[in-house]
Design a protein around this ligand. Sequence first.
Ligand SMILES: NC(=O)c1ccc[n+]([C@@H]2O[C@H](COP(=O)([O-])OP(=O)(O)OC[C@H]3O[C@@H](n4cnc5c(N)ncnc54)[C@H](OP(=O)(O)O)[C@@H]3O)[C@@H](O)[C@H]2O)c1
Length: 331
Amino acid sequence: MRAVVFDRCGQPADVLNVRDLPVPTPGHGEVMVRMLASPINPSDLMYIQGQYGIAPQLPATPGFEGVGIVEKSGGGLLGWLRNGKRVAVINDRNGNWAEYTVTAARKVIPVPDAISDEAAASFFVNPVTAVVLIDHVLQVPRGEWLLQSAAGSALGIMIVRLAKRRGIRCINIVRRREQVAELSGHGAEFTLVESAGSIPDRVKEITGGNGVKFAIDPVGGQTGSNVIASLAHGGRAISFGTLSGQPLTVEPRFLIAGARSVEGFWLGEWAKNQSIPRMLRTFREVRTLYRDGVVATDVAATYALEDVAKAVTHAAKPAKNGKVILRIGTR
Ligand SMILES: NC(=O)c1ccc[n+]([C@@H]2O[C@H](COP(=O)([O-])OP(=O)(O)OC[C@H]3O[C@@H](n4cnc5c(N)ncnc54)[C@H](OP(=O)(O)O)[C@@H]3O)[C@@H](O)[C@H]2O)c1
């Protein structure tokens, strides 16, 4: 089979190759999936650069999520049930940027027929993160303020739509002015351009002087620090990404005197601690939100596996307006 491989960590376009590898065999409790499509997420790029929470066992194949068809089960009830199904594929061990991959049967989730392969490729990471952050981790009540940065990202747009559906008042931070109109097309009420003045001051103005009780930040650096500085008394900020590559700066007294807190979130870590019924309920909720267009992902461009270097270069560019997808096979 053809597979994307890297022998050392580095800039993705420099270190990725496409090679022939043996088709992997599933063990008990695992399935072999023929891959159809996989998105290039920020986490994939960080993994290839050796800057992610999981270190690659080199040589390695990237690709944490995607969609494919289960072609073989290595044994076990779940694998047998999934055989022949088109599924979202979660893979933190073997990598999905290959014609075939092997993953645990419990890490493949059947996807509705109506969703295209390109859209189904992003069925898991961002939609589940949106639901988990808002409904499970922060449990933002109806009518409350929520502040988010990188609001024009695929995940940020899902949060805008999900907040609207939940009756949450979302304040969005973006780095490009064009994104204001784009986000209002998704129902955003308040979108702040980073360069247009103090974020904490503008957030206080919008919220009547208090700041926000709930905030999420995948950027870090100055942007994330502004998000934290916009917290109200008792406010919680979740740091869940490192898009800027820069550390957060926090004034300790601001946290101490105002009972404010900053927490980290990683979907993989969260998922490890959930019961199977809770995960199934979350997937059911994600399916409903997909059906209603709340967690849909726009596609910026599609590339063949052989063009992976061009694809990762595109995915790392600013202003790409959607996901870059690797098209690996056809149904
Ligand atoms: N912790 C978790 O479990 C978890 C799960 C899912 C996602 N995430 C994180 O969530 C973030 C968004 O993911 P995604 O898939 O939605 O990303 P995406 O669609 O690829 O979009 C990236 C977005 O980030 C913006 N951006 C990039 N660098 C930035 C910077 N230095 N300052 C401000 N904005 C910047 C880009 O703005 P432009 O449009 O202007 O280029 C773009 O809108 C990533 O950090 C990802 O790792 C974390």
